[in-house]
Design a protein around this ligand. Structure first.
Ligand code: LMR
Ligand code: MN
Length: 430
């Protein structure tokens, strides 16, 4: 052989050094070539794989390509796989980068083995277990998150991050409101990093409300508002645009959509008849699914959700959908829905807030018996047949039906009038 092993090692190190420099300077394409060459010489060089990952990562950013990002992630995974002899500090950088990119692209469950490698290496630091729990939560795997958090709390009983997240899972997965309040409260009170988060205040308040502890819930909400986690104690949506005008109830005029809203009112009887025809035709309405009902029966029939038309449903109520299609702020409201909402006698909907302040919720009363009402913030109103009731559902609202026949309304979410066209186009759907 022309070169000794030591020579190859030395060359390898020089190469590596240079390639890393190239990655950092603005030329990921040539860096990528260098790293690929290196990998040909030493296929199990963790550093070379990481360098390749970084170069691809940069390329993916420049080209806005998810495919290249996936290749970058695959290279990071190799770097970690061959990384057992790396220093702790370097291994950590590699793994954290890999997890961050996986989260970014939504490959949450692929991050699990990476988290596990970190946990194994840094077994005495609860941080890495907590990060695994976050990944499970991002993947909507609440039961898995619960398991990890539980184990963490067995060893680190006062870990504020784990306490808050565990309470969050107890509330939202198990609906164990008693236990949830204890953990959420202790987590928030710890003031540990990651606990100053509207979701924990939101969940704690809701759990208290479900236990009948409304006064305490309001205190939690006030505290959340004072920490700017909520827009106000009553307006607790978490996906907001800041400058938008807020008020609980709106008039037609305040929305700036008078001429469209008039069309809804003028045609209310035909809309009602379409709504009633699907209602009588069993099995089209589906149960409210967000765990908002205390007691009773409350169902909906969606026509548009997140700005998308549900053709199958619109075929059943063509007149109503046609009207909505002439009303752009409703038709293309990506942060809302258009739907018929039917509520049966004996229903109570818990106080709750919608997710965003970007929409205004318009109700067109279609069948309105006595003893039905809605509270928004601190004012309670009722519907009238053929009339609109307009409110901002990011404010806390609560609904009662103590009458004897069904209540039917058409719900039409519209873009908040203060949003620009550009914002309406660019805001991601909710
Ligand atoms: C709500 O938006 O939560 C309710 O007002 C819906 C309804 O049917 O009353
Ligand atoms: Mn609501």
């Amino acid at each position: 052989h022309f070169l000794t092993n030591a020579d190859i090692m030395g060359l390898h190190m020089i190469f590596l050094q240079e390639s890393l420099l190239t990655t950092n300077s603005q030329n990921p394409t040539s860096a990528l070539k260098s790293f690929e060459l290196l990998i040909e010489i030493r296929a199990n060089s963790s550093k070379a794989w990481y360098g390749k990952g970084k170069a691809l990562d940069k390329l993916s950013e420049a080209q806005k390509s998810n495919e290249i990002l996936k290749e970058a992630i695959a290279a990071y995974v190799k770097a970690i796989e061959f990384g057992s002899s790396l220093d702790d500090a370097i291994f950590k950088v590699y793994a954290v980068q890999c997890i961050e990119r996986m989260r970014f692209i939504g490959q949450h469950l692929n991050a699990v083995p990476v988290h596990k490698a970190l946990i194994e290496r840094f077994n005495d630091d609860p941080y890495y277990r907590n990060q695994l729990a976050v990944t499970y939560l991002l993947a909507n795997r609440l039961a898995d998150a619960k398991l990890v958090l539980h184990e963490t709390l067995l060893r680190w009983r006062r870990d504020g991050f784990a306490l808050a997240h565990y309470g969050f899972v107890l509330k939202n997965l198990d609906k164990n409101y008693e236990a949830a309040t204890v953990f959420l409260q202790e987590g928030i009170d710890s003031e540990a990093e990651g606990t100053n988060d509207g979701r924990f205040y939101f969940s704690l308040g809701e759990a208290m409300t479900r236990l009948g502890r409304n006064k305490e819930a309001m205190e939690v909400y006030r505290k959340g508002a004072s920490k700017k986690l909520f827009l106000s104690e009553y307006q607790r949506s978490l996906y907001n645009v800041d400058r938008l005008k807020s008020r609980p109830f709106w008039t037609k005029k305040e929305t700036n959509y008078v001429r469209y809203l008039d069309v809804l009112e003028q045609n209310w009887e035909r809309i009602r008849d379409e709504g009633l025809s699907v209602l009588n035709d069993e099995g089209h309405f589906t149960d409210e699914s967000e765990n908002l009902r205390d007691i009773g029966d409350w169902k909906q029939f969606d026509l548009f959700t997140r700005g998308r038309k549900i053709n199958k449903h619109c075929e059943k109520v063509p007149f109503t959908c046609k009207i909505i299609e002439t009303f752009p702020a409703a038709r293309f409201c990506k942060r809302g829905q258009v739907k018929f909402s039917v509520m049966h006698p004996g229903t109570h909907v818990w106080p709750h807030c919608g997710p965003t302040n970007c929409r205004i919720r318009v109700h067109l009363g279609l069948k309105v018996p006595e003893k039905t009402s809605i509270r928004v913030a601190n004012k309670t109103r009722s519907w009238k047949e053929g009339k609109l009731l307009i409110f901002d559902d990011s404010f806390e609202h609560e609904v009662w039906h103590n009458g004897t026949t069904v209540r039917l309304v058409l719900i039409v979410d519209v873009w908040h009038p203060d949003l620009t066209e550009l914002e309406r186009t660019n805001l991601y759907p909710i």
